[in-house]
Design a protein around this ligand. Structure first.
Ligand code: UDP
Ligand code: MG
Length: 337
C-alpha cells in the first residue's frame, strides 16, 4: 500500500471522473479521445474510472489502461451501486483543482471539456454541459423525461437548468460541497443545482453511444425519477392534508344534506351504490396516501441505517482517497480496502 501511495497521481489541475458499468468496449475508445484533449488544455491531469460492479471485462481493461498510462486510475466497487453512487465515489477519489464528470460511452464528447476548462479559468465553478437535443434517446424515453422535468419544475424545490446533466466541470470548492452531502438517495442533477456556485451552461450535442446499449432500464429510470422527486420535494406528503380537508368538507355537506332530506321526506333506504362508491373511493385515497408515506419512510429508513455509500473491492493505480480529510459524516462512515 505504501508503494502504491508513493506513485499515486497526486493533486492534479484536472481530474476526470468516469462511472463505468459493463463498458469494456468503450473505455479504450474514450481514453484515445480524452487524453489528447487533456494533454492540450490541462497543466496536469488524472482520470478516475469508477467500475460500478461490472460483470464483463471492464476491470481487465482498466488494469491494462492503467499499465499503459499511470494517470488512468480506477476504483472498483464490490457490486453495482448505481451511477449516482459511482459519481460520488469518483468525487471522493479525485484530487484536483477541478473535476470533470462524464459518461464512458462517448455520448459526452471529450472535446467539449476544452470549453468547460476555459469557462472555469474565467472563474465559473459549476460549468455544466447543456444538451441541445435528446435525439439519441428513444421517443418513449424522451416522453418520460419530459414528463419528469415538467413534474420536477412544478413540485421540486430546486429549479434545474434546462438540459443539464452529469456532464460537467466542478471547481474543487463545489466538489467539497457535494462530498459533504451525506444522503444515500443521490439525485445528482438536483444536488448540482442545490449547491449553487457561479454556474454557466456550455451547449453540446449528445452523440450516439459508441458501443453497447444504455445501462438504464425503464425500471431503473422510474426509481431514479422517484428518488429525484422525493428527495427534492415534500409536496407528495403535504398534498394529503388538502385532499383530506376537501373530502371531509364534502362529507360534512353530504351529512347535512341527508339529515335535511330525512327530516323532510322520512327515512329512505336506497343509496347502496353511493355507499359502496364512497367507501371504495376513500379506501383508495387512504391506501394511496399510505403508499406515499411508505415511500418517504423507506427513504428515511435507508438514510438512518447509515450504511457506507459504497464498498470498494479494488483500487487500481491508487487514486487519491480523500476519506481521511477532515470532512463530514459520510466520509467518516465510509469503508473500503
Ligand atoms: N453507469 C454506471 N452504473 C449503472 C449504470 C450506468 O456507472 O448502474 C454508467 C455507464 O457505464 C455510463 C454512464 O453511467 O458510463 C451512463 O450510462 P448510460 O450510457 O447507460 O446511460 P444513458 O446514456 O442511457 O443515460
Ligand atoms: Mg449513454
Amino acid at each position: 500500500m505504501m508503494d502504491a501511495l508513493a506513485v499515486r497521481p497526486r493533486h492534479s489541475e484536472i481530474a476526470v471522473v468516469v462511472p463505468v458499468y459493463n463498458e469494456a468496449d468503450n473505455i479504450e475508445l474514450l481514453v484515445a479521445r480524452l487524453v489528447p484533449v487533456l494533454e492540450r488544455v490541462a497543466k496536469s491531469f488524472h482520470v478516475v474510472f469508477v467500475d460500478d460492479g461490472s460483470r464483463d471485462a471492464t476491470l481487465d481493461v482498466l488494469r491494462r489502461v492503467h499499465a499503459a498510462d499511470a494517470r488512468m486510475t480506477a476504483v472498483s466497487f464490490s457490486r453495482n451501486f448505481g451511477k449516482e453512487i459511482a459519481i460520488a465515489a469518483g468525487l471522493d477519489h479525485a484530487d484536483a483543482d477541478a473535476v470533470v464528470i462524464m459518461d464512458a460511452d462517448l455520448q459526452h464528447p471529450p472535446e467539449v471539456i476544452e470549453a468547460f476548462i476555459a469557462k472555469w479559468r474565467e472563474g465559473y465553478k459549476n460549468v455544466f454541459g447543456q444538451r441541445t437535443d435528446r435525439e439519441a434517446d428513444s421517443p418513449l424515453r424522451r416522453m418520460f423525461a419530459k414528463r419528469f422535468y415538467d413534474l420536477f419544475s412544478l413540485f421540486g424545490e430546486t429549479p434545474l437548468p434546462e438540459g443539464a446533466g452529469d456532464f460537467r466541470l466542478l471547481d474543487h470548492t463545489a466538489v467539497e460541497a457535494l462530498r459533504a452531502m451525506p444522503e444515500r438517495a443521490r439525485f445528482s442533477k438536483g444536488l448540482y443545482a442545490w449547491i449553487g456556485f457561479k454556474g454557466i451552461g456550455v451547449p453540446f450535442e449528445v452523440a450516439e453511444r459508441a458501443a453497447g446499449t444504455s445501462k438504464f432500464s425503464y425500471r431503473k429510470l422510474t426509481r431514479f425519477a422517484l428518488d429525484g422527486l422525493m428527495s427534492f420535494s415534500t409536496l407528495p406528503l403535504m398534498v394529503w392534508t388538502y385532499v383530506g380537508t376537501i373530502i371531509s368538507v364534502f362529507a360534512l355537506c353530504m351529512a347535512i344534506y341527508f339529515v335535511g332530506q330525512t327530516m323532510i321526506y322520512g327515512v329512505d333506504v336506497p343509496g347502496f351504490a353511493s355507499t359502496i362508491v364512497s367507501i371504495m373511493f376513500l379506501g383508495g385515497v387512504q391506501l394511496l396516501s399510505l403508499g406515499v408515506l411508505g415511500e418517504y419512510i423507506g427513504r428515511i429508513f435507508a438514510e438512518v441505517k447509515r450504511r457506507p455509500l459504497y464498498l470498494v473491492g479494488e483500487r487500481i493505480g491508487a487514486p487519491a482517497d480523500l476519506a481521511d480529510d477532515p470532512l463530514p459524516p459520510r466520509q467518516r462512515s465510509r469503508m473500503g480496502v
